[in-house]
Design a protein around this ligand. Structure first.
Ligand SMILES: Cc1cc2nc3c(=O)[nH]c(=O)nc-3n(C[C@H](O)[C@H](O)[C@H](O)COP(=O)(O)O)c2cc1C
Length: 358
């Protein structure tokens, strides 16, 4: 691969111009001070500033909704000050950075959230995994189904989070509607058994997501808003009876939105559900499509060269290779990531992966 590869070509994503199509996927790394972003995170993200776009990790828009210890928030002035360190450091190196705005839904354990019982579309617990608490791993709790009248408070929290993200100097926001967290939990029929206007048909299940998108677009303008979905991922006990159908539905609706991008995860972390969601998304969706999950450099290059995707997001490769963009340009071997340090605190496995030329 060379500097003139398809992945290294500029792209206009909504209102922003990216230097290349190699995107850093959102990666929760649990390095915040409590829930406040810090210098260490600024160092981590700015090391990776040559990515066409950095998408900063899942960040809570609402108090008492996190699924991870030391995961950041964006619902207070203190959070804004913390994230400013990150955006300033990334911008100083010429990078672009979006914030992934998030509500943990039923993955938010009471032990991580002052005893608060998590909320979800329906009172169904995650059963295929355990949650990390300060006292070790525990079973997920049964969430409380949100009352219909409470739903505007969720939409408003996303809107407020979007406002705070703007104050913190981000270039845009990505709405997190993937991986079983609250918005995805409404979207897929395996976790949504509601009988109000937010459950049942795909139109109803997608209602909260589109209400959130409308609210966030109100703050940022559509050209600085992205959306992430994961129709096939069974992580967090998720299932959908028709992942391709719901992808097609979203693709059609999203055509009216002019978003910066739609970020589609193509597979299942747990490899229990399979299918092709990328082809129908590409066929129907007229905006910028970012693909993710398990792309090698070669496959990503091909997907962009043949216009199946407009850009590719890399997760684990960016953990271990701060200079992934430069490495892919000269086809150099990649560093291996160490999964033992993914969710630790501190610099190890976070800011100490070597650059090629250092
Ligand atoms: C340590 C770790 C943390 C992650 N955190 C997030 C997150 O905060 N938000 C999100 O949408 N996905 C998250 N993911 C999923 C990644 O964004 C990405 O989808 C996944 O790593 C697959 O892409 P890859 O094959 O290029 O690594 C995380 C993955 C890992 C390994």
């Amino acid at each position: 691969m060379t500097q003139t590869s398809a992945l290294h070509k500029q792209i206009q994503l909504g209102d922003i111009t990216l230097n290349n199509r190699i995107i850093m996927a959102p990666l929760t790394r649990t390095r915040a001070n409590g829930d406040v972003a810090n210098e260490l995170m600024a160092e981590h993200y700015s090391q990776r500033a040559s990515a066409g776009l950095l998408i900063a990790e899942a960040t809570a828009v609402m108090k008492d909704t996190v699924a991870f210890l030391n995961g950041p928030g964006i619902y207070s002035d203190e959070h804004v000050e913390g994230w400013k360190k990150v955006t300033d450091a990334v911008h100083a190196k010429g990078g672009k950075i979006f914030l992934q705005i998030w509500h943990g839904g039923r993955a938010s354990h009471p032990d991580l959230n002052g005893g608060v019982v998590p909320v979800a579309a329906s009172a169904l617990a995650i059963t295929n995994d355990e949650v990390h608490t300060a006292e070790g791993k525990k079973a997920y709790t049964v969430p409380r189904a949100l009352e219909t009248e409470e739903i505007p408070t969720i939409v408003d929290a996303f809107k407020q989070g979007a406002i705070y993200a703007k104050q913190a100097g981000f270039d845009g926001v990505e709405v997190h509607a993937a991986n079983g967290y609250l918005l995805d939990n409404f979207l897929r029929d395996g976790s949504n058994q509601r009988e109000d206007q937010y459950g049942g048909s795909i139109e109803n299940r997608a209602r909260l997501l589109f209400e959130v998108l409308d609210a966030v677009i109100d703050v940022w303008g559509a050209g600085k808003v992205g959306l992430r979905t994961s129709p096939l991922n069974s992580f967090n006990s998720m299932l959908d009876s028709d992942p391709v159908g719901h992808t097609k539905y979203l693709a059609k609706r999203l055509n009216d939105y002019n978003l910066a991008y739609w970020h589609l995860m193509r597979a299942d972390f747990l490899q229990q559900q399979s299918g092709d969601v990328v082809t129908p998304a590409r066929k129907i969706y007229q905006g910028n499509l970012i693909g993710n999950m398990g792309y090698s450099a070669d496959e990503a290059e091909q997907a962009v060269a043949n216009q199946q995707l407009d850009a590719v997001a890399f997760g684990v490769p960016f953990i271990a290779n701060p200079d992934l963009v430069e490495r892919l340009a000269v086809n150099v071997e990649l560093n291996e990531a160490d999964p033992n340090t993914f969710y630790l605190g501190g610099e190890k496995g976070y800011t100490d992966y070597p650059f090629m030329n250092k």
